[in-house]
Design a protein around this ligand. Structure first.
Ligand code: DC
Length: 223
């Protein structure tokens, strides 16, 4: 059977994972959060005392890194060298570090190979920064999701507060997002960029339900 591929890209806090989860549930296909993989690389670097900007050490580190994605009760679990790190990859240090390690081609190649391998055997909705431009260039649906910087920071703040994992002030979250947006958009390899054939969706001021309706309408007309 033909595998469906749906790519959702955009800056941090645009609501990509929330929307991707809704699409995955609605269509009964796999959701792959590719950011979690870059986070796992950053976590390993931090734990090993390797700088998240040390390209040579990172290139060596990822040669034999073991990142695995599994699903438990419909939730994505991330395993780093056999250990469940699903929660550990959400700290502020790992968040900033993930954007730093994602600049390096050796790191990206390893992650992209893994992502494409998963898409080979599954219908997927993937969210990230380079899915429509690089990882799945032939995806049936490509959406570039964005929202104002203020809205994105507010959403991320509320999300962390709700989960009980809020460790930063609103301003710290906003600054971290600005840093990552700039870093992710200006890197040389596969920067955050709307694919020419992606549909731009600005969800500023929209509720989750309103955004989901727009996305599902787009998806339904294309698959
Ligand atoms: O989606 P996220 O915020 O969990 O991603 C963490 C970092 O990983 C992000 O700042 C940039 C990087 N990333 C990437 O370069 N390419 C992807 N496809 C996904 C994430």
């Amino acid at each position: 059977m033909k595998k469906i591929q749906i790519a959702i890209d955009g800056p941090s806090g645009a609501g990509k994972s929330t929307m991707a989860k809704i699409v995955s549930k609605e269509l009964g296909i796999l959701y792959l959060d590719t950011g979690a993989m870059y986070r796992a690389v950053a976590l390993k670097a931090i734990k090993s005392g390797i700088g998240t900007k040390d390209s040579a050490a990172l290139a060596k580190m990822v040669e034999d890194i073991d990142i695995r994605i599994d699903y438990k009760d419909g939730q994505q679990k991330v395993y780093l060298d056999g250990e469940d790190v699903t929660e550990d990859i959400r700290t502020p240090d790992v968040t900033v570090g993930s954007s730093d390690v994602a600049v390096f081609p050796e790191v990206r190649k390893k992650m992209v190979d893994l992502q494409r391998e998963i898409a080979k055997t599954n219908s997927v909705v993937m969210d990230g920064r380079d899915i429509g431009t690089h990882v799945l260039p032939n995806a049936e649906v490509k959406i570039f999701l964005t929202a104002s910087a203020e809205d994105r920071a507010k959403r991320r703040y509320e999300e962390l507060k709700e989960k009980g994992t809020l460790k930063q002030t609103f301003d710290e979250i906003k600054q971290e997002m600005e840093y990552r947006d700039k870093n992710d958009s200006n890197r040389i390899v596969s920067p955050l960029k709307k694919a020419d054939d992606a549909i731009l969706l600005d969800t500023s001021g929209l509720s989750i339900e309103e955004s989901a309706k727009k996305i599902l309408d787009i998806v339904r007309t294309r698959i």
